[in-house]
Design a protein around this ligand. Structure first.
Ligand code: SAH
Length: 348
C-alpha cells in the first residue's frame, strides 16, 4: 500500500492498526505517520525514532514512492525550476518562487493537459495522464527532503495541467497540504487555478476550508475566448462568471496580456464589467514568451493603461510580476524544452 496516496488521517489509522497487529503499540503508527509529511524522511530506514525491526516490517508492507529530481535551474531573480521524473518515465515540473518572506511553489496536477489553450506550452504537448496524490503532493515533499530543505509557504496549482479535471487526486492533495498532520499550509495560502471547469468549481466550493480560486479568463467575450481557449465552447463565459459569483469566497481572474489580441481598451471595459458581476479581483499576467507560438507580449505601457482602465471602473487589479523568464518557467516550458527541443545546459 502506497501511504502517500492517502490523507494524513487515513495513513495514520492504517499505520496504527498495522503497528498493533505486529505487536508494536499503536503509538508507533502515529510516529511513522509523522514522517510522511510533517517531518518527512526519504525511506522507512530513515525513521530513526522507530525500532529497526518495526522499520523493516513497514518497508515489507508499505511504500513511500519518491519522484526522481532530474533537473534544477535557477533564474537570476531567484526563481528555481525543477523537473521530476515519475516511475513510468513521465516528467512534470515544479517552480519555487521567492518573494519577500514568501516562497510560493507552483505545482503540476497532470502530465500534459487536454485543454489546448493557444498560448500555453503544456497544451501543446497534449494530455498524457492524471497525476496521483503522491505525485502532486510529492513535489512539495521532495523539495522539503533536499539538503538544505526548500519549504513552501504558499502553493499555487499553476504548473502543468488542469487541477479541476483531476479532482479525485486534487481533493486528497488539498487535505495533505492543509492538514496540521500533513504539510500544514493555511488554506488561504493555497490557490487552485482553473480554466473554469464547472463541476470542479462546485466540488471545491463544497469543501469547508477557505482555499482560494483563480479563474483563467483571458478574453472578455465568448468569440475571442473560444479562439484562445477551446474549453469555452463547453463552458461559456456566462456560466463561468455565474459560478464565480456563487463561489462563497473572493475569486481572482487571471488575464494573460496578448499583444494586439486581447489588450485593447474595449477588452478592458468588458473585462471590468465581468469582474464587477462576480466581485472578482483581476490579475494581469505578462505573456511568458517561449512556450507560446505566434503571440507577442503587450508592452509595459500597454499593460499599465489596461490596468488603469480597469481600476477606473472600480475593479481591483494587479499586474503580476513575471518571474523566471530566463529559465522558461511558465506552464509547461521546462518539459517542452527538456524533452523535445534542445538539451538545456546541465544544472549545477
Ligand atoms: N489549467 C489551469 C492551471 C495551469 S496554467 C489554468 O488554466 O488556470 C496557470 C496559468 O498560467 C493560467 O492562467 C494559464 O493561462 C497561464 N499561462 C499559460 N501559459 C502562459 C504563458 N506562456 N504566459 C503567461 N501565462 C501563461
Amino acid at each position: 500500500m502506497n501511504l502517500l496516496d492517502l490523507t494524513p488521517g487515513q495513513a495514520e489509522s492504517v499505520l496504527r492498526e498495522f503497528a498493533q497487529s505486529v505487536g508494536a503499540g499503536a503509538y508507533r503508527g502515529t510516529q511513522a505517520a509523522r514522517h510522511l509529511w510533517t517531518s518527512p524522511v526519504g525511506s522507512f530506514e530513515e525513521m530513526s525514532d522507530l525500532p529497526k525491526e518495526f522499520r523493516a516490517k513497514l518497508a515489507e508492507n508499505f511504500t513511500m514512492p519518491r519522484l526522481a529530481l532530474e533537473t534544477m535551474q535557477e533564474s537570476s531573480d531567484g526563481t528555481r525550476k525543477f523537473l521530476f521524473r515519475m516511475a513510468d518515465g513521465q516528467a512534470i515540473e515544479t517552480v519555487a518562487i521567492p518573494d519577500g518572506d514568501r516562497l510560493t511553489f507552483c505545482i503540476s496536477s497532470q502530465a500534459g493537459c487536454a485543454l489546448q489553450c493557444a498560448f500555453c506550452a503544456t497544451g501543446a504537448m497534449g494530455f498524457l495522464r492524471n497525476l496521483s496524490p503522491h505525485e502532486i503532493a510529492g513535489q512539495v515533499r521532495e523539495l522539503a527532503l533536499l539538503d538544505p530543505p526548500i519549504k513552501a509557504t504558499n502553493i499555487v496549482f499553476m504548473g502543468m495541467g488542469e487541477p479541476l479535471m483531476n479532482w479525485p487526486s486534487v481533493d486528497v492533495v488539498l487535505t495533505i497540504l492543509n492538514s496540521p498532520n500533513g504539510i500544514g499550509i493555511g488554506a488561504r495560502h493555497i490557490t487552485l487555478s482553473t480554466v473554469g471547469w464547472l463541476p470542479g468549481i462546485e466540488a471545491l466550493a463544497a469543501r469547508a476550508e477557505q482555499f482560494r480560486l483563480a479563474i483563467s479568463i483571458h478574453a472578455p467575450t465568448d468569440g475571442l475566448r473560444a479562439t484562445l481557449m477551446p474549453v469555452n465552447t463547453k463552458f461559456p463565459l456566462a456560466s463561468v462568471i455565474e459560478a464565480a459569483a456563487n463561489f462563497d469566497r473572493r475569486v481572482t481572474f487571471e488575464y494573460v496580456m496578448l499583444g494586439g489580441v486581447n489588450d485593447q481598451m474595449e477588452h478592458a471595459n468588458a473585462l471590468a464589467a465581468l469582474a464587477q458581476q462576480c466581485k472578482a479581483f483581476v490579475n494581469l499576467i505578462p505573456l511568458h514568451p517561449g512556450g507560446a507560438m505566434g503571440f507577442t507580449p503587450t508592452s509595459r505601457d500597454g499593460i499599465h493603461s489596461f490596468a488603469r482602465r480597469i481600476k477606473d471602473r472600480g475593479v481591483e487589479v494587479a499586474i503580476r510580476k513575471s518571474r523566471g523568464t530566463d529559465i522558461s518557467a511558465a506552464c509547461g516550458q521546462l518539459r517542452v524544452e527538456r524533452l523535445t527541443r534542445r538539451r538545456p545546459p546541465e544544472a549545477e
